[in-house]
Design a protein around this ligand. Sequence first.
Ligand code: SAM
Length: 198
Amino acid sequence: MDSRVLRVISRLDRQSIIERNGKARIAPGQEMLAITADTGVFFSILLKAIKGKRVLEIGTSAGFSTLWFADAVGKKGKIMTIEEDPLKVERARDNFRQAGVDKLIVIKRGVALDVLRTVKGKFDFVLLDADKENIIKYFDLVLPLVRAGGIIAADNMLFPPHYRPMMKKYARHVRSKRDVQSVTVPIGMGEEITIKLP
Ligand SMILES: C[S@@+](CC[C@H](N)C(=O)[O-])C[C@H]1O[C@@H](n2cnc3c(N)ncnc32)[C@H](O)[C@@H]1O
């Protein structure tokens, strides 16, 4: 991994672990709520396996997951990430600059449903990691934007427990589609990995 990306990822990972252990006082709404580092490695492996270069992310926060994508797609990659919170957008922007990957990443500030309705193009990999109330709508909007053989990942399938009813509905919805294959992987907070079939 590039040393600048690694430095920022390591710093954010330490912050994230402190946050998860409840050992830091964080302003309400400013928690990172990031994927775990092993999930970052898992996504990186998936992206490399499918030779993915174009990533769409819903829910940027401080940019931890985005940095894993930036490292995996390399200099020819392109990442679009959506975040509604202006403070988090600034924090992510700063982290991307420090990691030297800001040129690869377009941050779309706004409400995900509004932004998604304007997004065009094809993506190799999508991460759904914003509010869970709209996750089925996000899936339906992004499915046409994913190339055959591309992947849609959804975080928090298993943890925290209060998301489970919504995530079960999501899994049922995804599995009702004919042109995808999907599985819940018990890594990190639980990842639904869905491949779009040709
Ligand atoms: C779980 S965090 C994302 C974590 C990030 N993917 C990572 O692993 O580092 C969810 C983020 O989605 C943002 N968010 C929640 N609902 C949103 C919406 N409707 N539109 C845009 N952003 C939203 C929140 O502000 C928060 O920063």
